[in-house]
Design a protein around this ligand. Sequence first.
Ligand code: NAI
Ligand code: A1CAB
Length: 273
Amino acid sequence: MTQPRIAFIGAGNMAASLIGGLRAEGVPADAIRASDPGADKRDAMSREHRIEAFAENRDAVAGADIVVLAVKPQVMQEVCRALAEHLEPQTLVVSIAAGISCESLQRWLGASRPIVRCMPNTPSLLRQGVSGLFANPQVSAAQRQQAERLLSAVGLALWLDDENLIDAVTAVSGSGPAYFFLMIEAMTAAGEALGLPRQTAEQLSRHTALGAARMACESEVDAAELRRRVTSPNGTTEAAIKAFQAGGFESLVQQALNAAARRSVELAEQLGR
Ligand SMILES: NC(=O)C1=CN([C@@H]2O[C@H](COP(=O)(O)OP(=O)(O)OC[C@H]3O[C@@H](n4cnc5c(N)ncnc54)[C@H](O)[C@@H]3O)[C@@H](O)[C@H]2O)C=CC1
Ligand SMILES: O=C(O)[C@@H]1CCC=N1
């Protein structure tokens, strides 16, 4: 496969993660361009990734095979409408924005275009991300592979056959890192309340999260079995799990993810107009 030329519109956190992953995978610097109104963002792109960065979006997309839309959802309409006349009809558009549908992108880009919509997450920064991807019918088999390669450079990429499932992916893994950070914060505070020095409580909590996540990803048995292996009958873990369950832990997690998915739908309704 020849190396596609990739243009990033917006050079913020997620774009920097994806570009870092692509460069680490051996994609040459001259195959990647970016644009951002922020001079600091452009300087960082040139300095850290050796790629050319432009102030004008239209300069970044000239000759691109793939255009990655990596701006905030609130500016997406304006960005797409201004870019429409500068894109070739066959250019693959990849959007990572939360709550922006393929249908809205089509309308703002003014033509029937190949679009891959995806939802990555921030551990992409460490190439430990996970993302859900949806391709509209205009996307060719070769373009599907290109999109998969882009997201696989920063973690696991999973295809979805229904665009509506992106709301669920957003609730589980897009926002998900924040839930685990909240757990680390809460465990640190609880450890401190039990008498540990704050720094010790924090290190214990962070490294427990890291070890548990690695076991869950690398083990052949499921999380429930791994949990059972920690839980001695009538022991300390059982006491803690009973306290979680008495407080409605599972139902609370369900409510939290429902709220995130609902918000994703609301954003789509508000921003899609
Ligand atoms: N942060 C997260 O956890 C996740 C974010 N996303 C999505 O990724 C997208 C980008 O988010 P972040 O990288 O976190 O935001 P960010 O704020 O770090 O990056 C956005 C960049 O766009 C630039 N920008 C603003 N107006 C522009 C314009 N007219 N043309 C070109 N660039 C422009 C900004 O200067 C900024 O550098 C959002 O749509 C978000 O929904 C998706 C998954 C996870
Ligand atoms: O909170 C948000 O809306 C974005 C989308 C997923 C993660 N951050």
